[in-house]
Design a protein around this ligand. Sequence first.
Ligand code: ZN
Length: 99
Amino acid sequence: MIYLTVCVLFGVATSMVARAKGTSWLLWGLIGAIFPVLGLVGVLLFRRETEELRRQCPSCGRVCMIYDALCTRCGTELEFPEVAIESSADAAHRAHPAT
Ligand SMILES: [Zn+2]
């Protein structure tokens, strides 16, 4: 019974961290409840995709993640870019500084 309580508490804590990071709190809540400690560590290490720098594919113009080696749309091999595009989190922050 104590184990069950621990699972629920970790599930709630994990989902709260996931929600603060802007990712799926429901999914992470379940992970946190099933793997009480691992789930919480996992969500704390989880990188916010919106905070990553982006770059544009020279062939099709699709915006990809800066660490992508191949364009996810046309498959063009991507050199490391000279100019990176700011992360979507930074762009959103600049558009709405209050948030
Ligand atoms: Zn492309």
